[in-house]
Design a protein around this ligand. Structure first.
Ligand SMILES: N[C@@H](CCC(=O)N[C@@H](CS)C(=O)NCC(=O)O)C(=O)O
Ligand code: FES
Length: 135
């Protein structure tokens, strides 16, 4: 099996694959460690290959993606990028989630406020209605 075949098979068979320095449990570089840390936040199975021990594999991966550095992350067969890109993607998704909760919070305040106003308004009518009935 050529190294090209190994890379092609790796990418095909593993939904999340990192070519990295070291292994997920023992990264040998801060950039690789960061990529693993971000992916671990999503509770997904992470497959990895250590490129430090195999220069041929390393060169083959670089040629395959035309990307000069490691880590290199593949998700569902697609090359995504390195640690900067995966961190940016994570932070962007965090921002969307935070904005969503903020919107829900604002909407809840608004609904409670309207409900309070309606209660005051109707309460007044109900009181007058009661007074009329008793007189
Ligand atoms: N900004 C890069 C950082 C990765 C990086 O600069 N990696 C370097 C140092 S570990 C690298 O792989 N250099 C090429 C090499 O060691 O062969 C990213 O987003 O992944
Ligand atoms: S091995 Fe030195 S920065 Fe990655």
């Amino acid at each position: 099996m050529s190294f090209d075949d190994i890379v092609a098979q790796d990418i095909k068979e593993n939904p999340i694959l990192i070519y990295m320095k070291g292994f997920p449990e023992s990264p040998m570089c801060g950039f690789s460690a960061l990529a693993v840390k971000v992916l671990k936040l999503y509770d997904v199975p992470i497959s990895a290959r250590d490129i430090l021990g195999d220069l041929n594999l390393k060169e083959c991966v670089k040629a395959h993606t035309n990307w000069p550095t490691f880590p290199q992350i593949f998700i569902k067969g697609e090359f995504v990028g390195g640690s900067d890109i995966i961190l940016d993607m994570h932070q962007a998704s965090e921002l969307i989630v935070r904005r969503f909760y903020y919107q829900v919070y604002l909407s809840t305040i608004l609904i409670l406020n309207l409900k309070g106003q309606l209660k005051d308004l109707l309460g007044d009518i109900a009181q007058k209605h009661e007074q009329k009935e008793s007189s």
